[in-house]
Design a protein around this ligand. Structure first.
Ligand SMILES: Cc1ncc(C[n+]2csc(CCOP(=O)(O)OP(=O)(O)O)c2C)c(N)n1
Length: 376
């Protein structure tokens, strides 16, 4: 345990988010947070390019009807990549529906990460194999799961750290407050990482919180809060890495807020032109996390055209594999919907299964009359 004295002053985040690389790619020295080395940053760049390609491929697969929904992290890839890179093999990630790129960064096959979003099983991967909890759709519930999980690991004497992700909107949920309070009181080895992308669907941050920043909330629980430029992968790696080290050293939880932006609509079911100006979106597109790290690496002779081409080709291959996997028709058994709800099937579930079976039969009959599906 460190003997660091925790006072409101030491718990409060900085007035400005921590930044190590400016939007034009130049380095900004920081007294507390070191710049990750070039090899580490080149790995991060590769993961960013792959993450962007996966995001855009998955969004295209929604338009083609192969995914039911894809909440894209396009624009937030620096946060996604850093979240997966700062964790060790024994650590765990507790992600949300928007965190597919972080999940894939932990070694989950992209197609397996899309199973939930295709409307199939809740999780297409084995959480224990990859040390990634199933992606949570109910806001902030995963934060409590993360705290309980980390507490159990602590009881067992393991040095596991748990990284729990959520959005700015989720910080208004009661679960967020309960998770932070419990984690603080019992010094649980968990890092809460809020990706503040400015919107909760159409609700802007100004209608979500009156706090000076979301990281300021930490002081009320007695834990340190920090703000970081969420489009600067070097800064996110450094700040999150520091919080993970703290948790592993037995110094308890931290709250990190990344300032970033959801560059696209919430999902395909959302029309973001109804609640935000295009000029605002454009201003954030110009702060793209990929452009920034590419400029820094190039200026430091750590990225040449041949390497860039190789990374881009690898990202294309990943996208092609994802397309192939999702374009393959799977043999789904619709009765699975009812099979695993309760140990013994209730009469109500039987009745619902009967209704669905009749509907499927009616659909099959009308398809037989009109093979293209007609005007149904
Ligand atoms: C408990 C709960 N309430 C409401 C919703 C509906 N909902 C889905 S996403 C969303 C907005 C969440 O915003 P934020 O936490 O900022 O995350 P983002 O989607 O921006 O990543 C809402 C209200 C939900 N999924 N769960």
């Amino acid at each position: 345990m460190s003997d660091r004295v925790l006072t409101p002053e030491t718990l409060l985040p900085r007035d400005e988010p921590v930044r190590l690389i400016a939007p034009d790619g130049t380095a900004e020295a920081d007294q507390h947070y070191p710049m990750p080395d070039l090899a580490h940053l080149r790995d991060a760049y590769r993961a960013l390019v792959e993450g962007r390609r996966i995001n855009d491929q998955a969004s295209a697969l929604v338009r083609q009807g192969r995914l039911a929904v894809y909440p894209s992290s396009h624009g937030q890839e620096a946060c996604q990549v850093a979240a997966s890179l700062v964790l060790g093999e024994r650590d765990w990630l507790f992600p949300t529906y928007r965190d597919s790129v972080a999940v894939i960064g932990r070694g989950v096959n992209p197609a397996d990460a899309m199973v939930l979003l295709a409307g199939d099983w809740h999780s297409g991967y084995d959480p224990t194999e990859h040390r990634v909890a199933p992606q949570a759709t109910p806001l902030a519930t995963q934060l409590l799961h993360a705290v309980g999980f980390a507490q159990a690991a602590k009881y067992r004497g393991e040095d596991t750290v748990v990284l729990a992700l959520c959005g700015d909107g989720a910080t208004s949920e009661g679960d967020f407050h309960e998770a932070l309070n419990f984690a603080a009181v019992f010094a649980i080895p968990v890092v809460f990482f809020v990706q503040n992308n400015e919107f909760a669907i159409s609700v802007p941050l100004s209608r979500q919180s009156a706090a000076p920043s979301l990281a300021h909330k930490a002081v009320g629980y007695g834990i340190p809060g920090q703000r970081v430029d969420g489009n600067d992968v070097a800064a996110v790696l450094s700040v999150l890495g520091d919080a993970v080290d703290r948790a592993r050293a037995g110094e308890g939880p931290s709250l990190i807020e990344a300032h970033t932006y959801r560059m696209q609509a919430h999902t395909n079911a959302d029309d973001d032109t109804r609640y935000r100006e295009r000029a605002e979106v454009q201003a954030w597109i110009e702060r793209d996390p990929l452009t920034r790290i590419r400029a820094y690496l190039t200026a430091h002779d750590a990225l040449d055209t041949a390497t860039e081409d190789r990374i881009a080709a690898d990202a294309e291959r990943i996208a092609a594999d994802l397309r192939a996997a999702l374009n393959a028709d799977t043999d789904l058994d619709p009765e699975d919907l009812f099979r695993f709800v309760t140990t013994d099937r209730t009469p109500q579930l039987d009745e619902q299964w009967q209704m669905l079976r009749d509907e499927i039969a009616r659909g099959a009959a009308s398809d037989a009359v009109s093979p293209t599906g007609g005007s149904r």
